[in-house]
Design a protein around this ligand. Structure first.
Ligand SMILES: Nc1ncnc2c1ncn2[C@@H]1O[C@H](COP(=O)(O)OP(=O)(O)OP(=O)(O)O)[C@@H](O)[C@H]1O
Length: 725
């Protein structure tokens, strides 16, 4: 709570005849501060007599005195800015102008109309507030405006929707209501929100045009009423439940005037009476407050009721006393200053108007409850199955967008622990991924295929989605197929590596043969191996029809035909050795061996069977001879007995059995012969195949060897212990 006296300021209106007024600073011995003071000098009237004890100098102290040269800006800075700062902090504030008619109250509060710099306290306050709101980005402010006029003791809403009403009486009447705590409420006084300086100034302009203005002898455009322009401000820190509510009354009181002096009549006289009466009540309140009387007569007038808080209550208040310094207005000015002195004695107790905003608190608690629910679901594993609402979907989308926008890989997606939301975020991400893939594909597609696709998807919204599903399936299938292919290739590589190893062994064997050949060549010729000679020697092996009478020149002489023949036979031996090795390593060799075993078996069987056939044949011939002999002996002896016939029959039986056995063995032998021929045929075929393969392999080896010789490589290096060519 801040206990503070009302600050008083004096403003002297410019005058063509600035008579008898002086402004100065008083230095008090008790205080280091200088006090501003104004003094009015009233000349002693000679007609009052020789002895005249009447006071001729009237001196008044103020917080600040503005002379006729003071600018609107200076007045605003000194009078208003500190009050506004406090209002923003949550204190209530009031600035009111008091003075006689035409002394410059409206000029001070609202301003002049001629120049922009003539703007008064009210428009400058509006600009000041909005500038401040812009600077304080961490706070949330709201501003509402109300504008009330008190005319002939009746309150009117100057910003009513019916402001187009031609007469003041048509405007809604503002009435007072008091609650149980004694707080005054104004019924029918509208409040209008303003978000910009322009909006707020529009409301001010609208209210001003509705004010009752009349021509009085003392002021050509005298405002005939009290006007209270109120700014209602709320401020809250983002995320806080505490809200500060404050209001700033900017009051332009009607001018006090002496009826007799102004010479007004009729309705103007009635107005003046009301004005004077309400100012009188205001004075009574001020006197009571300054004299600290128990009862303060606020209720005597509408104006004092409305300004109850501003005078002696929860408010920081400043008063501007406006003075005219012409001799004719001196009395009024002195009266105004006296009034200000009393006002300065009033002490207000200002409080920051803070309260908990129930709506903000409910919203925060609701959020907290939903977060806790989500946490509980996560902890208990209980999943929500209800559909996401529009707002939740939107929040997921913006969370994903934010997440993707961030380049930092560590960024986390801002989504609560609700599994439905997490699933939905993944769905959005998948959508985006598929779309980008599709886009890339479309960019690389030919224009025709693009056109075809567009045609396809033109009327079928779902087709696209379906196609994406199919594409994903195809992709999976493709991956499986490629994996299979990779496995197959691995197998093939293994087989090739094995074959390569085998080939390497064959090659080593061949090299060994060639090495023997080379040694023999050197031994035979006494020369270094010459590739040209080797070429000549080699040719007859692949081309048997080489002319035999060829003589080959060597660096040391001529190689005879006999030498070449010898070499050829040696070379053939080497080739034979290489072939044997090749054949042994050849995969068909085991088959060949199997056939060989089978063939030998067949030969053994055939030999046994042949012997059997021969013995059967001998047995048949033997039996035939026996039967012949028996017949011959029986023919000689016509009287053949039964035993002879029986003997012949037995022999015939035996003959028949031997014949059958012979025939069977012959058939078996024939079959065996066919099988032998078949095996031989197969073996021949395999041999031809192996030989063919060997020939090409051999030619390759020779070729490689020749090349290495031509390049002059060191052929004595050992590879696996075998000399290399
Ligand atoms: N400080 C000033 N500088 C220049 N002109 C001024 C100043 N004060 C007042 N005036 C002029 O004096 C005239 C009367 O002033 P104003 O209307 O403000 O008086 P008022 O006290 O509001 O009178 P009323 O009580 O009758 O409404 C206006 O034309 C105004 O422009």
């Amino acid at each position: 709570m801040v206990k503070e006296g009302i600050k008083i300021f004096c403003r002297v209106r410019p005058s063509s005849k600035p008579e008898n007024v002086s402004q100065f600073l008083i230095k008090s011995p008790d205080s280091p501060k200088e006090t501003h003071a104004i003094a009015f000098q009233i000349p002693k009237n000679i007609s009052d007599g020789l002895v005249n004890n009447k006071k001729d100098v009237y001196q008044f102290k103020f917080n600040q005195i503005f002379n006729s040269q003071s600018t609107q800006d200076q007045v605003f800075t000194q009078v208003a800015s500190s009050v506004i700062d406090n209002v923003i902090e949550g204190y209530n504030g009031t600035i009111f102008a008091y003075g006689q008619t035409g002394s410059g109250k409206t000029y001070t509060m609202t301003g002049g109309t001629e120049k922009y710099t003539d703007r008064g306290i009210i428009p400058r306050t509006i600009s000041y507030l909005f500038d401040y709101f812009k600077k304080k980005s961490g706070l949330i402010f709201t501003l509402h405006i109300s504008y009330m006029e008190i005319y002939n003791e009746h309150g009117y809403d100057l910003l009513s929707a019916e402001h187009e009403a031609s007469r003041l009486e048509d405007l809604p009447r503002v009435t007072l209501m008091e609650d149980s705590q004694g707080t005054i409420h104004l019924r029918n006084l509208s409040q209008h929100g303003a978000n910009t300086t322009e909006e707020a100034l529009n409301w001010l302009f609208m209210g001003d045009t509705n004010r009752v203005i009349a021509e009085t002898p003392m002021n050509m455009a005298s405002t005939r009423s009290h006007c209270i322009f109120t700014l209602h401000i709320t401020s809250r820190e983002a995320g806080s439940d505490v809200i500060k509510r404050s209001k700033l009354h900017l009051v332009d009181l009607a001018g006090s005037e002496r009826i007799g002096k102004s010479g007004i009549k009729g309705s103007l006289l009635t107005e003046a009476k009301y004005i004077n009466l309400s100012l009188h009540y205001l004075e009574q309140v001020i006197i009571s407050l300054s004299e600290k009387k128990g009862h303060i007569p606020y209720r005597n007038s509408l104006m004092t009721s409305v300004l109850r808080d501003s005078l002696g209550g929860n408010c920081m208040t400043s008063m501007v006393a406006t003075c005219s310094v012409e001799m004719s207005n001196i009395d009024e000015s002195i009266s105004t200053c006296r009034f200000a002195q009393r006002v300065a004695l009033i002490k207000n107790e200002a409080l920051v108007n803070e309260e908990l905003d129930p709506r903000a608190m409910i919203a925060r608690l609701k959020n907290q409850v939903s977060e806790l629910k989500q946490d509980l679901e996560l902890v208990t594993g209980q999943e929500r199955t209800d559909e996401l609402v529009e707002e939740e979907i939107e929040s997921c989308r913006s969370a994903v967008d934010m997440y993707l926008k961030e380049n930092d890989i560590e960024t986390q997606i801002q989504v609560s622990g609700d599994m439905r939301k997490i699933h939905y975020c993944f769905r959005i991400l998948k959508e985006k991924y598929l779309n980008s893939q599709m886009k890339t594909k479309q960019e690389t597609q030919s224009p025709q295929s693009k056109l075809n696709e567009l045609k396809l998807t033109k009327d079928e919204g779902n087709l696209q989605v379906h196609r994406m599903g199919v594409e994903s399936d195809l992709l999976t299938m493709d991956v499986t197929r490629l994996r299979g292919l990779l496995h197959q290739r691995d197998e093939e590589i293994n087989v090739i590596v094995k074959l390569l190893k085998q080939e390497k062994e064959n090659f080593a064997e061949t090299q060994r043969s060639l090495f023997i050949l080379r040694e023999k060549y050197i031994e035979a010729t006494g020369q270094q191996y010459d590739i040209k000679i080797a070429k000549k020697i080699e040719r007859p092996l692949t081309e048997p029809k080489i002319p035999t009478n060829i003589n080959i020149s060597t660096p040391r002489g001529t190689v005879s035909e006999e030498t070449i023949t010898r070499k050829r036979s040696e070379f053939s031996k080497a080739r034979q050795t290489a072939f044997d090795t090749f054949r042994r390593k050849h995969p068909q060799d085991s088959i060949l061996n199997q056939h060989n075993v089978r063939l030998n078996d067949c030969y053994t069987k055939a030999r046994v069977l042949g012997e059997k056939v021969n013995s059967s044949r001998l047995q048949v011939n033997k039996l035939k001879t026996k039967i012949q002999q028996l017949r011959v002996s029986n023919a000689v002896d016509f009287q053949a007995d039964a035993s002879a016939i029986e003997e012949e029959n037995r022999l015939r039986g035996e003959l028949e059995i031997s014949r059958i056995a012979f025939k069977c063995d012959c058939a078996l032998l024939k079959e065996l012969k066919t099988e032998i021929e078949h095996i031989q045929h197969l073996m021949e075929k395999i041999k031809v195949l192996v030989l063919k393969e060997f020939d090409s392999w051999w030619a390759e080896q020779i070729h490689t060897y020749k090349n290495s010789m031509l390049k002059g490589e060191n052929n004595h290096d050992n590879v696996n212990g075998i000399p290399r060519f």
